[in-house]
Design a protein around this ligand. Structure first.
Ligand code: GLY
Length: 349
């Protein structure tokens, strides 16, 4: 056996999960094409789009490039909405959701409520490639990841444990959890807790051949009911693509996307000729319209109680993002440079 094949046999198909390498399962690159690549991501995805475009320029598959891009954020303890360091459920346990879609094969895979695995997007790719299924959840997803050699890690960092404990100790003055009287970090933690984390990372990539790949990966809503699954691992909700049309994904309160299959809607809007910006705005309008029929999703002014953001790229390389309320951001790489831009909001406030 040649030395390189030997190394590939032992490393290539498994999940060594050492970042900075392609050891979490990328396939060999093909010669790069001559089209301008594009990558779009949520505001926390600047490093993801940089990595993804670097890889597709070398001929890597667009889904592999997207997964390697988001893996940087999955492993970053400072991002409290994704992977390692993600804020936990109400029991203090980090549960992750992730999905992938691959344009050339129209394949998709996902995992939900998976614990102890830093790179759920790479596990989702294996669900797509190495099973006949699309979605594996909970204990089964962990066992599947173990079977493929993913290392198990405690995803709860000291910082996220302290934030969770502060939430737990301050949420109800009538329960038996009591915060320390001299908690110096209380003000900081209060601010943190008021901003309930709904973050996530999505990344859609158009490669140099005009092929698409996308992934969405998240620790979900902070303090969620254990076992709650959001939109991120649901194909059509938290992400969707059609290699002949475009790719889209979302961050924010996932229930709105589950109730409207919104990423599918964005791609279908592009299929019927809308530019990415209009495709996204139409989906936001749909969410705004349907969600407020439920009083628990309706503010007194008749608008939604939550925010949702979309990121989209069309087959011909146009891209856009949008959100319900101002403040959302998107990372984009247009083939020349990467930057973070403001999302277009549906409402001014
Ligand atoms: N969009 C992420 C979630 O709701 O879990």
């Amino acid at each position: 056996m040649r030395k390189s094949m030997n190394r590939r046999f032992f490393m290539g198909g498994t999940a060594a999960a050492s970042l900075g390498t392609l050891a979490i399962g990328a396939t060999d690159p093909r010669p790069a094409g001559d089209r301008r690549p594009v990558a779009v991501s949520s505001g926390n995805g600047l490093r993801a789009v940089e990595k993804a475009v670097e890889l597709v320029k070398k001929g890597f598959d667009p889904l592999d490039a997207a997964i390697e891009g988001v893996a940087i954020v999955e492993a970053d303890p400072k991002d409290d909405s994704v992977g390692y360091g993600g804020l936990p459920n109400e029991d203090g346990v980090v549960e992750l959701d992730a999905a992938v879609m691959h344009g050339p094969t129209h394949g998709g895979g996902s995992v939900a409520s998976i614990r102890n695995i830093m790179h759920p997007a790479a596990v989702a790719r294996l669900v797509m490639k190495r099973t006949r299924h699309c979605l594996i959840v909970g204990e089964g997803a962990l066992r599947f990841a173990r079977a493929h050699g993913f290392p198990e890690v405690d995803l709860l960092t000291e910082e996220s444990r302290k934030v969770w404990l502060h939430w737990k100790e301050t949420r109800d003055p009538n329960d038996d959890w009591v915060p320390p009287p001299d908690d110096e970090v209380a003000a900081y933690l209060d601010g943190y807790i008021k901003r309930r984390v709904t973050g996530t990372i999505h990344c859609s990539v158009l490669d140099t051949h005009g092929d698409l790949g996308c992934t969405t990966t998240t620790s979900g809503l902070s303090w969620k009911i254990p076992g709650r699954v959001g939109d991120s691992p649901i194909l059509g909700a938290g992400l969707y693509l059609d290699n002949t049309v475009g790719s889209a994904g979302s961050t924010g309160i996932g229930e709105a996307n589950l109730l409207n299959l919104s990423s599918y809607l964005v791609v279908e809007n592009m299929r019927r000729g809308l530019a990415p910006k209009d495709a996204v705005m139409e989906a936001l309008k749909r969410i705004a319209e349907t969600s407020v029929r439920d009083p628990k999703r309706r503010r007194p002014d008749g608008k939604t109680t939550f925010n949702v953001s979309f990121y989209a790229v069309s087959k011909d390389g146009k891209f856009a993002g949008g959100c319900i309320y101002p403040g959302g951001k998107m990372a984009v790489h247009d083939g020349d440079s990467a930057r973070v831009v403001q999302l277009d909001p549906l409402y001014d406030k």
